[in-house]
Design a protein around this ligand. Structure first.
Ligand code: FAD
Length: 450
């Protein structure tokens, strides 16, 4: 039976968000976990930068945090609810597109370093977790379950072995690199032509927020966009997403300020002219990469999860959420297959890729929606229709964004569901006539949005 199971010896490579969470899931099951991380302990170097300063946490990520006992703390004390998109026009006026007009669910802005530190701190509660920082994976023999690390503080190398190796070492995963030598490993990566650069809106003089706090602010400008997510200290992390050649053209202070005057004038006094110039020229824009690959495992020995398995562009706010969902699904498979690694890894590999490929495609699409489509009448009409039918038939008609963000419906089904809705709407429009539908949507808008 399950009670007299053996303790597995597991190595997790990468103590980022996903690796730290996976360590907790495994520790709860009673396995021995060694967590190896290239960087220093993030709890000691709070300035250490990850891939973005804050992130949007939604239902899939919340479910995982709940499993390890951290959801309430994160949501109630260290997450800022965002109830919708707050769109900034060029004249500085704004309007709101709620994420969920019917049941009023929110996504939550959380600090990456805080969450990562919290997950690591929680692992101290378990005697069966060991943490090794400043260890960089440099070589792997996955079939043998053997890994070689370089200790970056002393320049020594150490070789260790385990029953199971889990690679959670991010978009440029060294574990994945070792897997690529296996026959039948499919791999593709795509750098989009856009990069991102982070700016900051500080807290107000009285310590509050300079913009309404409970929104994800967006300045959609067609080919590019700027967004802002709130932080615990009442500052905002502002991210400019734009084609690299456009970034390159902004090579002087004058050009930068003229660009902001033209497209984001209301943000200049908030960021501050001096800070804007300083922060903009202090760093280069970062690239954005999407990775698709499969299978995710090697026999009963090695598995990749999180960005290592499926880095996606950030426009659906689902990268971390999908990585956290990997951990939840994996945990369910440990339960189902009674710790039989061969079966667990095989089933994870065979069932997960379809959904991670789906969220990857959705994320690519959502960039266009966020930076461009949101401002178009056709988008607003469809959104009003969706919300209207959703309100009439909440269990029957869940709009795409809601199914991705506020449900745990497999990502691939979210897409199929949307395709079905498109077909139904087309037929409906023919039967009922556009007039009646617009009437319904307008009535709904008046009742619920204003
Ligand atoms: P990572 O966070 O990359 O962690 C990997 C860890 O492995 C790191 O600590 C690294 O130091 C370590 N490592 C790497 N190589 C080695 C090695 N050789 N040896 C040992 N250790 C190693 N997701 C959301 O859900 N919501 C959002 O709103 C959101 N916004 C984003 C905004 C931006 C601009 C970007 C770029 C991403 C965003 N994401 C978001 C995606 C999210 O950041 C990632 O999906 C998430 O960080 C993945 O976590 P991970 O642990 O798999 O990888």
């Amino acid at each position: 039976g399950y009670s007299n199971k053996t303790q597995l010896d597991v190595i997790v490579v990468g103590a980022g968000l996903v690796g730290s969470l996976e360590a907790l899931y495994l520790a709860k099951r009673g396995h021995r976990v060694r967590l190896y991380e290239f960087r220093e302990d993030i709890r000691k170097t709070p300035q250490a930068r990850g891939r973005s300063i804050n992130l949007a946490l939604s239902v899939r990520g919340r479910r995982a945090l709940k499993d390890v006992g951290l959801e309430t703390h994160m949501i109630k004390e260290h997450g800022i609810p965002m109830t919708g998109r707050r769109i900034h026009r060029t004249d500085g006026s704004t309007y709101v597109i709620p994420y969920d007009a019917n049941t009023k669910q929110s996504i939550y802005s959380v600090g990456r370093n805080y969450l990562n530190g919290l997950l690591l701190q929680e692992s101290e509660q378990y005697g069966n977790v060991e943490r090794y920082f400043n260890h960089k994976l440099i070589e792997a023999n996955l079939k043998k379950g053997s890994l070689t690390f370089l200790k970056t503080d002393t320049n020594e190398t150490v070789t260790v072995t385990a029953d199971l190796i889990i690679g959670a070492d991010g978009a440029f995963s060294a574990v994945r690199k070792a897997m690529m030598k296996q026959p039948f490993f499919d791999y593709s990566q795509k750098y989009i032509e856009h990069g991102y650069l982070e700016l900051c809106i500080p807290p107000a003089d009285n310590g509050g927020f300079l913009m309404p706090a409970n929104y994800l602010h967006i300045w959609p400008r067609g080919e590019f966009m700027m967004i802002a997510l709130p932080n615990q200290d009442c500052s905002w992390t502002v991210t400019l997403f734009m084609p690299f050649d456009k970034f390159k053209n902004l090579d002087t202070e004058e050009k930068l300020l003229a660009f902001f005057e033209k497209y984001f004038p209301d943000s200049i006094p908030l960021i501050g002219k001096k800070k804007l110039v300083e922060d903009f020229f202090a760093v280069k824009p970062s690239p954005l990469v999407a990775v698709k690959c499969r299978p995710y495992h090697v026999e009963d020995k090695a598995l990749i999860i999180g960005d290592a398995a499926h880095a996606v562009v950030p426009f659906y706010g689902q990268g971390m959420n999908a990585g956290f969902e990997d951990c939840t699904l994996l945990d369910q498979l440990f339960q189902k297959h009674h710790d039989n690694l061969a079966e667990i890894l095989k089933e994870f590999s065979e069932t997960r890729w379809e959904d991670t490929f789906a969220i990857s495609d959705l994320a690519m699409y959502n960039y266009i929606e966020m930076r461009d489509l949101v401002t178009r009448p056709s988008y607003k009409f469809r959104k009003a229709m969706d919300d209207f039918i959703f309100w009439l038939l909440p269990n029957f008609w869940v709009p795409l964004y809601n199914s991705v963000t506020f449900s745990t419906m497999p990502y691939s089904l979210c897409i199929k569901n949307r395709e079905w809705q498109d077909r139904v709407l087309k037929k409906l429009l023919k039967i009922v006539g556009i007039g009646a539908l617009i009437g319904g949507a307008v009535a709904f808008k008046i009742k619920y949005y204003s």
